[in-house]
Design a protein around this ligand. Structure first.
Ligand SMILES: [Zn+2]
Ligand SMILES: [Zn+2]
Length: 114
């Protein structure tokens, strides 16, 4: 099998995301431990970052919701804010680990044939 981007170069693996055969220099990224090509790798990296910022917003909203519930249940006692923060941060951490793909850049992209 030949690399999809470099005809004449033997493929050493496939991209885990688009399943294209790729040579070793083309497999520039790792997503959750699986090799990914120079197209899919950076895209997953962007997606992971976008998910990260979406989660921060979500955690912020979760904090406010926990705070509101805390005030309804316990009234305005001083510990309510602390509990809401702990709950929101713990939830955010758990979601980060569970939802975000872990993207590792193995090397810079391979030069394309001109
Ligand atoms: Zn790919
Ligand atoms: Zn290649």
């Amino acid at each position: 099998m030949e690399c999809a981007a470099h005809p004449g170069t033997a493929a050493s693996g496939t991209c885990a995301l688009c399943s294209k055969a790729s040579c070793e220099p083309c497999l520039t990224h790792e997503v959750d431990g699986a090799t990914a090509c120079a197209v899919c790798g950076p895209r997953e990296d962007d997606r992971s970052r976008a998910l990260g910022s979406a989660l921060i917003t979500f955690v912020g909203a979760g904090y406010l919701a926990a705070l509101a519930i805390g005030y309804l249940v316990f009234r305005a006692r001083p510990f309510v804010g602390g509990i809401a923060a702990v709950v929101a941060i713990a939830l955010g951490r758990a979601l980060q680990l569970y939802v975000r793909p872990r993207v590792v850049t193995r090397r810079g992209p391979a030069p394309r044939p001109s």
